[in-house]
Ligand binder design. Sequence first.
Ligand SMILES: C[S@@+](CC[C@H](N)C(=O)[O-])C[C@H]1O[C@@H](n2cnc3c(N)ncnc32)[C@H](O)[C@@H]1O
Length: 294
Amino acid sequence: MQQTEHYSVLLAETLEWMNLHPEGVYLDATTGLGGHTAAMAGRLTSGTVIACDRDAQSLEMARARIETCGWLGRVKFQQTRFTGLTETIKKTGLSPVNGLVADLGISRMQLTTPERGFSIQHDGFLDMRMSQDDEEGITAADIVNTWKEREIADLIYELAEERRSYRIAKALVRARPIRTTKQLAEVVAGPAGFRAKIHPATKTFMALRMKVNDELGEVQALLDQIPDLVKPGGRAVIITFHSLEDRLVKQGFQRWAKEGRAKILTKHVVTPSSREVAENAASRSAKLRAMELI
Ligand SMILES: C[S@@+](CC[C@H](N)C(=O)[O-])C[C@H]1O[C@@H](n2cnc3c(N)ncnc32)[C@H](O)[C@@H]1O
């Protein structure tokens, strides 16, 4: 079952910090279901949004949404992950762009589609690859079934600050083979113990997802490319949901500011209003940072 309701996190704030020009070319590096892309396209006249995502299924759904809005002529879709952005954008002949947005993490569609293997609630093969075309990439099943107990413990401690990482890793190794999300959730729930607000396996699922998709490495690659992607005077707006990612973004922006390549616009991180959090609880950990290229 998929949740059809779609919220784009910090949408009004993103548009404000992007400072769009109707004739500009903008890059949405994480199109997802196209919420930010559609909102940007709606503000353009002769401008273009280059809508990228590593996930082909998301891009298809975004395309359908943009078509319904009647803005297909303003959007170019490209399947790529951050590591390939500069090359992909160069090929469109539209680089460098006037601004870039990235709304990190996974979408609710990915999270709630059982076959994608991210869901604690719905059973499916333990996949967790954001791009299922990525045949060489590892799956979460590969990690839980082949890594050493110590390596699994370190992974879930480092990426998710799971205090019971050793007990969980031990239980996982003992329960091998683990093939499905439900099986993983049940095995982890024992040693992880009861937690009032979140499912006891939430942290383990998050750490596995981050490793499978090399999410921190990808964010670093995105940050490194910003001056090649965005013109002087253009802006980069990045939304994170994880403290390690936010730290990378903060440090990445500081690096470009120190090198005289950019000016940081958000002295303090921008967070969702209490109204947004009430409407969409998943937005509660979102943090937005913006910088302008010089
Ligand atoms: C939170 S969703 C974006 C939602 C979107 N802003 C919207 O309003 O519909 C994050 C998206 O980023 C994509 N993504 C995450 N890491 C990526 C990467 N390294 N390269 C390309 N896309 C990535 C995911 O596949 C997912 O579709």
